[in-house]
Every structure is written in C-alpha cells, then in structure tokens.
Design a protein around this ligand. Sequence first.
Ligand code: FES
Length: 74
Amino acid sequence: MYVCVCKGVTEKALRDAIHEGADRMRDLKTRLGVSEQCGICACYAKQILDQTLAQKSEAQGYHEQATCLCETAA
Ligand code: FES
C-alpha cells in the first residue's frame, strides 16, 4: 500500500528503512522523500514509524531475554 503518493513510497519501504536504522521522520524524509511535497502522508508515516519502532523494541527485549535464558541453561 502506498503511504506517500507524491514520492511513490510504500508501507513496506517505510518499514524496511526503519528496520535498517531510520528512527526519526527526518530520516525517512532524507532516505525516501516522505512528506517532502504535499505533506499529507506525514501523519500516517509517523504512525508507521512509531509502531515499527515499538515492535523493534519489543522484539529486541524478547531476544535479550532469550539470551539470558540460554546463558543460564548452558
Ligand atoms: S503524499 Fe507524501 S508528500 Fe505528498
């Protein structure tokens, strides 16, 4: 699904960029051009940014916890 029609940026492209390290709207704007023209996409792009960062954080916590369990089992 397209998030930014002006620049042809999809939701997947946004999530990929966030997983590759973009953690601010400024990063998404620089990398993909999101909200560079009309700006209508900015609100939805921010929602995707926040949601994906929360998922990354949650997954990272899970992996840290799993690492701890592995270390105690060894
Ligand atoms: S829809 Fe993204 S700048 Fe216009």
